[in-house]
Structures are given as C-alpha cells and as structure tokens.
Design a protein around this ligand. Structure first.
Ligand code: GRF
Length: 210
C-alpha cells in the first residue's frame, strides 16, 4: 500500500504534530506528512516541521477578505500536493463548509475532552480543562474524530480517559490529557492510512483484520 499523503493544520506548539512526525518516521503510520500549515506565524509547530524537512507554510487570515477565501487558499495548497488526509492538530480556526465538503470523511481532529462533553463553540485549549474542573467530573480524556460541518460533532474514531484528581489544576490536567492525545491521534491516523476505518452514519467501525 502506498504512503498516504497527509497535510497537518496547526495553530500552536505542535506536540501532537510531533507525535505524527515521530510515528510516520518510524513507519508506524503508513503515511507521509507532505505539508504543515499554520494560521499563526510564531507557532512552534512550524519549527518542528522545518527541523524535520517538512514543507511548512504560514497563511495569514488577515491577507484575505473572508474566511471563505482564506480557506480556499489552504485548500489550494493541499491540492497542489495531492493531500489525501487532513489532520487538525491543535488548529484553532473553524473550517469553511466548502473545505469540509471538499475533504469529506478525510479530515481528522483531536479534541482534549470526552466528546460530547466539554466541546463545541468556545471549548478550546485551557478553557476545556477549566470547565472540566469547575464541573467536578471524575474522568475526562481525549477524542479523535472525523470532522463534519458542525463543531466537534463528527463521527468518533478513538477516545481515551484519564482520572481527574482532587489536586488537579488546569496545568496538570492539560499535561495528563496531552499525554493520551499523543497516543490516540497517531493511532487513529495509522488506522486511517491502513484503510481500517469505515464510517457508518455517525459511527466509525474499526476493522480488526490485518
Ligand atoms: C491540544 O490539546 C489539542 O487537543 C487542542 O489544542 C492542543 C494543541 O496542542 N485542540 P499542540 O499544539 O499539539 O501541542
């Protein structure tokens, strides 16, 4: 099976991107990251891409008249490189509907909570962990899902939990959750590249056959 061409969108430090770089380099993922695109100029993830010889691009929203045009530019860069799978690894902008339609069932996102809890509009970064602590839930976790036209509403691929302890802070919780994000994101991308994910309605079947 040929290597799946992957495009990764980021906005920040890119530790999830790093987990994808490591797992493509060691052959665990049957894919190749062809490009990393950031909407933030100073995203450290761009450096990670450069350090690993991966094409990296900063695309500034302010240079476009609308979100639609900005998204079109990203689509253009992905198409130029024949990207087959788009991974949102800490990408903090909402994709246009046109983008989602163009890459239907070929966009994967990682979210730092157990969807459908603590997700949707306004739940990003530390805000998610803050809300988890305020609510007092005893477990939280991370979710990898396909992206549909809603916010964090697409079919779920993998989830993993962590316990919320009484002495947890936003920072300790974020650290615990990031650790499992780095496990389930590469695992889900691996399954995709191995053609082991089948979407049925809002459910994702993971095939166990080799
Ligand atoms: C992660 O928690 C991800 O789930 C969220 O933003 C954070 C990005 O971290 N959407 P990093 O840039 O991968 O280090």
């Amino acid at each position: 099976m040929s290597l799946t061409k992957i495009g990764v969108l980021i906005s920040g430090s890119g530790t999830n991107l790093q987990s994808l770089i490591d797992n493509t380099r060691n052959g665990h993922i049957n894919g190749k990251i062809e490009v990393v695109i950031s909407n933030k100029k100073d995203a450290y993830g761009l450096k990670r891409a450069e350090n690993n010889g991966i094409d990296s691009l900063y695309i500034n929203r302010k240079e476009f008249d609308s979100d639609l045009e900005f998204n079109r530019k990203i689509i253009e860069e992905l198409k130029k490189r024949n990207i087959e799978l788009v991974v949102l690894a800490g990408y903090l902008k909402i994709l246009s509907h046109e983008f989602v339609r163009e890459y239907k069932n070929r966009i994967i996102n990682i979210h730092p909570s157990l969807i459908p809890s603590f997700c949707g509009k306004g739940y990003y970064g530390k805000k998610v962990h803050q809300a988890v602590l305020e609510y007092g839930v005893k477990v939280t976790g991370a979710t990898v899902h396909f992206v549909d036209e809603g916010t964090d509403t697409g079919p779920i691929i993998l989830q993993k939990t962590v316990n919320v302890d009484t002495n947890d802070t936003v920072e300790t919780l974020q650290k615990k959750v990031l650790k499992i994000e780095h496990e389930i994101l590469p695992e889900a991308v691996k399954l995709y590249c191995d053609r082991k994910l089948k979407i049925k309605g809002r459910k994702v079947e993971v095939s166990v056959s080799s």
